[in-house]
Write a protein that binds this ligand. Sequence first.
Ligand code: NAP
Length: 198
Amino acid sequence: MTVGIIGAGNKGGAFAMALGKAGIDAVIANSRGPESLTTLVSNLGSTIRAGSLQEVAAHAIVLVAVPWSKIPGALAGLNFDGRIVIDANNSIEAPLYRPADLGGRTSTEIFHTLVPGARVVKAFNHLRPEQLSGDPQSEGGRRVLFYSGDDTRAKAEVAAIIDRIGFFGIDLGSLSIGGQLVQFPGGPLPALNLVKFN
Ligand SMILES: NC(=O)c1ccc[n+]([C@@H]2O[C@H](COP(=O)([O-])OP(=O)(O)OC[C@H]3O[C@@H](n4cnc5c(N)ncnc54)[C@H](OP(=O)(O)O)[C@@H]3O)[C@@H](O)[C@H]2O)c1
């Protein structure tokens, strides 16, 4: 399995680092091309390499971590039909941190319209990047990551990644319910750094 990652900033880079530590193959892309990612990937472990957006988007599982206003441009012209796309995004961005006007929808509902035919799983958006790339073990337990979606098999694949990188995954149910719970800003779960003890 090779995971595609669109967005190589704080969040995409942290996710890639977590995959690299677990020995999971991944290809990561940004807007400026693979050459601009040479330094980043050299610090992410031997299983992570840089690629073009088209190459990254062709994988069976693709995580998107791009500033909210730039997501439509990043995904334009890419086809995700039938494949798993992980929405790790929040609808607020630097430098103003003004919440986007979602017209009463969740950000992941809007995200879903940008990847028609994809099996969307909302995940990896609720923790800060350094927590995602840091040690998932804490005080004898495992840090919690949430995931939600409408496709059971897609969720199972994302849950397996969460488990392999050492976190404890919690299924929040459908995209509409889970998307509300991890919505940032607005939902109750973002930024909660929870630990599951056995
Ligand atoms: N940072 C956090 O604390 C945090 C926490 C939770 C969730 N998130 C979410 O994660 C997402 C990314 O945030 P971030 O902090 O990682 O942002 P970031 O550090 O600014 O990185 C953004 C990345 O997106 C890429 N990008 C921008 N436009 C693109 C395009 N048209 N095509 C391809 N790639 C493009 C950039 O590539 P270039 O540099 O080449 O333009 C860059 O690699 C956001 O939705 C954010 O809400 C962030």
